[in-house]
Design a protein around this ligand. Sequence first.
Ligand SMILES: [Zn+2]
Length: 107
Amino acid sequence: MEKALALIFSFVVFVIGLAFLITGRVAVGLLLFAVALLLAFLAFRRQERVVVEQKIEIGGDIRSQLLQCRNCGAELKRDAMEVKLGAVFISCPYCRSSYQLEEEPKW
Ligand SMILES: [Zn+2]
């Protein structure tokens, strides 16, 4: 709602600026145009960013175990895990290999 109001307000300022332009006061008209643009810009900028966050939920067994890279055997930190398309992916920072973590890993 706040965004719509700001847009309406910026439109009103724009129309007033247009009126000033038509009546010959170009400087005032352009200034009001600038204000209108700024208001519209701010209205769009205020839009809150929707952060989609997926929490990695893995069974307790894995949580307590040490994560090891399947490719090079390096110790992997928790942030090497990534959830993509509902599956857990591991990306190794050492050998740069990435693979999907299976439901029940055998380690
Ligand atoms: Zn690795």
